[in-house]
Design a protein around this ligand. Structure first.
Ligand code: AMP
Length: 544
C-alpha cells in the first residue's frame, strides 16, 4: 500500500526549484579570467540542461564519471548540475593534490571527461598521456580566451552549450544513484574515494538549512570560500539554490583583499571557510577601518579554529563565529556549534571556550566515542575516545572497496578523530588520531596547545607535532611562524604557556619557521612538519 508519494530525492530537483521559484536570483562569479560575471538561476538552469545534452552527444552516459578541475564559479556549478542531472557522477578533483595523486584518482575513477578551468591547462598538458580513460577535456571559458589556450583536442564550454541539440531530460532515476565522487587526501597510502548518492546529498542539504545548522534562507547572500572540490563546498552549492539564496563564487582569488571586496560589494551574509582563509581576511582588515557590516554568520571548520580567530572576530568585528566539524566521509557536516538555551547564557571567556568546541550533531548524525577496544565512553565532556559516526550521509564503503568493512557492529564509521562529548552533545576534537602525542602513556592534545599559543600577539600561526623521545615515547614540539616585525623567542613562548597548560604538556622545543606548510585543502600539513623535525631528543631530557 502506498500512503505517500514516491518522489525520488534527486539533486536536479534542487536547481529546478531555484529556476521555478527563484529564477531571478543572482549567482555572481569572480571568474578565473578576471572579470565579475552575473547570471540568474533561470539562466544557469537552462545552460546546465543544454550542457547535459552536449555531454550525451559526447557519449557520456548515466553512471559515467565526469571530473571537474575547477574553482568555485558559475560554470563549475553548471557542470555539476549538468553531470548529476543526467545521472552521471561528478568527480571533483582537488587541483592542489600532487600531480601523481591527481593521475591516480582520475585513473581510479576512470573519468571519461574532464571539465577544467584555464588555470589548469599546464597541469593537463603534463598528465594528458597518463590518463587513458579520459576521452575529452572541456575548458570552462569563453570563446576568445579558449582561442588563446593551447591544449590539443580540448573543447570549449561555451561552444558545447551553444551547439547542443536541445535540453536533456533530468532525473527520473532512483535516488540511490551515485551523484558525486570526492577523494580524501589520505596522508598515508592512496587517496580514497567517497561516492555520494543523490539521496545522501539531498538529505544533507535539507539538514544544512535548519536554523541551528547553517540556517540559510532566500534573503542570504552566500559566499562559499571552501572549494567545491573540498567535500562539496560543505554542501553550499546545493543549499544555496535549495533556498533561492544569492550565491557569490570567489573563483581562484582567495586572498584577504579579494574576499573582503566580494563580501562588501555583494553584501554577503553567510560565508564558510577553513581557519587559514579567515586569518588572512582578518589580517587584511586589521587596523584599516574595514568592517564586515553585512556578514551575519561566519562558519569555520575543516581544522580547529584557533582561539585568536574567535577573539579577533568578536573584538574587532562584533561577530560570534560558528565552529563546525566534518569530513569528506560525512558529506561533510558532522557537528555545528550553534548555542542551546543553556550555552547561550555563557559569557566572556566561558563563551569563548564554548565556541572552541566543534559543535553538536544535527538530526541525521549519530555520534559516539569509544576506547581502543570499541567500548563506549561517557558523554561527560571529560572522557576522550575515538569519535564514530553513522547516519544517512555518512560513508558506508570507499569507492571500489566494497570488500573492506568500514563500520563497526552498530554501523558506526570511525572518523579517525579523538574527541570528548559533553552532556549538551558538544564535541571537542583533541586531535586527529594520527597526530595525537602519546607522552609517557598519556595523550597530549596538539589542538589545545595550538589554540593557546595562537593567543600570543606575536604568533601568526603555529602547529604542535609529536617528536620521538627515548624515555617518554613522544613529546610535543611547537612550530611557530611569527607575525612580521614581531620578536619572540623560545623562552618567552614557554613562559606564556607555563600557567596555561599542564606542566607535562610543555613543548620540548619551540622552532621558529618562515612558513608553515599547508596541505591541499588549506590545512596545516603536519605530516610534512613531522618529516622536517623528526629527530629524537636525548634520553636525559625530561618533560618540564
Ligand atoms: P577532510 O575530509 O579533508 O575535510 O578532513 C576531515 C578532517 O578534518 C576531520 O576528520 C578532522 O580531523 C579535521 N577537522 C575538520 N573540522 C575540524 C574542526 N572544526 N576541528 C578540528 N579538526 C577538524
Amino acid at each position: 500500500m502506498r500512503l505517500m508519494q514516491d518522489w525520488p530525492m534527486t539533486l536536479d530537483r534542487i536547481l529546478e526549484h531555484a529556476y521555478r521559484w527563484h529564477g531571478d536570483q543572482e549567482v555572481v562569479t569572480r571568474t578565473p579570467e578576471g572579470p565579475i560575471t552575473r547570471a540568474s538561476y533561470a539562466e544557469i538552469y537552462r545552460r546546465a540542461k543544454r550542457l547535459s545534452s552536449a555531454l550525451a552527444e559526447l557519449g557520456v552516459r548515466a553512471g559515467d564519471r565526469v571530473a571537474t578541475l575547477a574553482w568555485n564559479t558559475q560554470r563549475h556549478l553548471e557542470a555539476w548540475y549538468a553531470i548529476m542531472g543526467m545521472g552521471a557522477v561528478c568527480h571533483t578533483v582537488n587541483p592542489r593534490l600532487f600531480v601523481d595523486q591527481i593521475v591516480y584518482i582520475v585513473n581510479h575513477a576512470e573519468d571519461i571527461l574532464i571539465f577544467s578551468d584555464i588555470s589548469f591547462v599546464p597541469l593537463l598538458k603534463e598528465i594528458r598521456e597518463r590518463i587513458p580513460s579520459t576521452r575529452h577535456i572541456v575548458l570552462m571559458t569563453d570563446r576568445s580566451t579558449f582561442a588563446r589556450c593551447d591544449l590539443d583536442g580540448a573543447l570549449c564550454f561555451e561552444d558545447l552549450i551553444d551547439q547542443a541539440a536541445g535540453d536533456a531530460p533530468w532525473g527520473g532515476f532512483d535516488e540511490n544513484y551515485p551523484a558525486g565522487l570526492c577523494y580524501t587526501s589520505g596522508t598515508t597510502g592512496n587517496p580514497k574515494g567517497v561516492l555520494y548518492s543523490h539521496r545522501s546529498n539531498f538529505i544533507h542539504t535539507l539538514v544544512t538549512l535548519a536554523p541551528d545548522v547553517l540556517g540559510l534562507g532566500a534573503r542570504d547572500s552566500i559566499l562559499p570560500v571552501v572549494p567545491m572540490y573540498h567535500a562539496n563546498a560543505w554542501g553550499l552549492a546545493f543549499s544555496a539554490p535549495a533556498v533561492g539564496a544569492k550565491l557569490v563564487m570567489p573563483g581562484s582569488q582567495l586572498d584577504g583583499r579579494s574576499l573582503y571586496e566580494l563580501i562588501a560589494d555583494e553584501q554577503v551574509t553567510f560565508s564558510a571557510a577553513v581557519p587559514t582563509v579567515w586569518q588572512s581576511l582578518l589580517d587584511y582588515m586589521h587596523g584599516a577601518q574595514r568592517q564586515l557590516d553585512t556578514l551575519r554568520r561566519v562558519v569555520i571548520g575543516g581544522a580547529a579554529v584557533p582561539e585568536s580567530v574567535v577573539r579577533r572576530f568578536r573584538d574587532e568585528h562584533g561577530i560570534e563565529i560558528t565552529h563546525a566539524w566534518g569530513m569528506t566521509e560525512m558529506s561533510p557536516l558532522g557537528t555545528v556549534g550553534s548555542p542551546t538555551r543553556r550555552t547561550d547564557r555563557l559569557t566572556g571567556d566561558e563563551r569563548i571556550k564554548q565556541t572552541l568546541k566543534q559543535g553538536r550533531p544535527p538530526l541525521g548524525v549519530d555520534l559516539k566515542i569509544t576506547d581502543e577496544a570499541g567500548a563506549a565512553q561517557p558523554h561527560d565532556g571529560q572522557a576522550t575516545g575515538y569519535l564514530k559516526a553513522r547516519g544517512p550521509f555518512v560513508v558506508a564503503h570507499y569507492y571500489c572497496a566494497e570488500d573492506q568493512e568500514l563500520l563497526d557492529q552498530e554501523g558506526y564509521f570511525s572518523t579517525g578523530d579523538i574527541a570528548s562529548i559533553d552532556r549538551d552533545g558538544f564535541i571537542r576534537i583533541t586531535d586527529r588520531a594520527k597526530d595525537v602525542i602519546k607522552s609517557g602513556g598519556e595523550w597530549i592534545s596538539s589542538i589545545e596547545i595550538e589554540s593557546i599559543t595562537s593567543r600570543h600577539p606575536a604568533v601568526d600561526s603555529c602547529a604542535v607535532i609529536a617528536i620521538p623521545h627515548v624515555k617518554w615515547g613522544e613529546r610535543p614540539l611547537l612550530v611557530v611562524k611569527k607575525r612580521p616585525g614581531m620578536t619572540l623567542d623560545q623562552q618567552t613562548m614557554k613562559d606564556f604557556l607555563k600557567d596555561r597548560i599542564a606542566s607535562w604538556w610543555m613543548p620540548e622545543r619551540v622552532e621558529f619557521v618562515a612558513d608553515i606548510p599547508l596541505g591541499p585543502t588549506g590545512k596545516i600539513d603536519k605530516k610534512l612538519l613531522r618529516e622536517q623535525f623528526q629527530t629524537a631528543a636525548p634520553a636525559s631530557a625530561k618533560p618540564e
